[in-house]
Ligand binder design. Sequence first.
Ligand code: ADP
Length: 162
Amino acid sequence: MSRVMFPGSFDPIHYGHIDIARRAAKLFDQVIVAVYDKPLKSLLFMPEERIALAQQAMSQFPNVSVVGYSGLTVSFAKEIGVDAIVRGLRVFSDFEYEFRMALANNRLDKSIDTLALITSEENTFLSSSTVKEIASYGGDVSSMVPDYVNEALKRKYRNLSK
Ligand code: ADP
């Protein structure tokens, strides 16, 4: 049985992530969306909020599950026994970052391979930071994220402005 892990911060999950998970779920028997606990980024949502939104998004795919993790991605990949790490690629700058990460992870653990799926054309521009930037100014992100993520963003920015 093929098992892969799709790690990320998912702050928050958007249609670009969901598309990668959907396509990975067609290629592999089991996909584990793994939500970083504390990446070196300033995050809007707490880990449990990011996990809950990702769970809601993935509930439509029977062979996709969501877990949170902390520490090294390769260590977690080994712990849960996946065959490979799946990542998404949008623009050229992603490639450089993903290339370096894949090589570093492979140096840490030769048994873990990284596979990259190219974004679907309509999601090329989509990133969690773009979604957050637009939402923080009250812009419409309904074409970029599911309704429950849109609501969570509105709630978050309302609370932050209090
Ligand atoms: P990270 O902090 O690890 O980059 P993200 O949540 O930003 O976490 O992204 C997780 C993965 O999803 C990364 O491989 C990223 O390249 C990919 N990804 C993000 N947005 C898109 C998109 N619009 N299309 C395809 N892949 C994407």
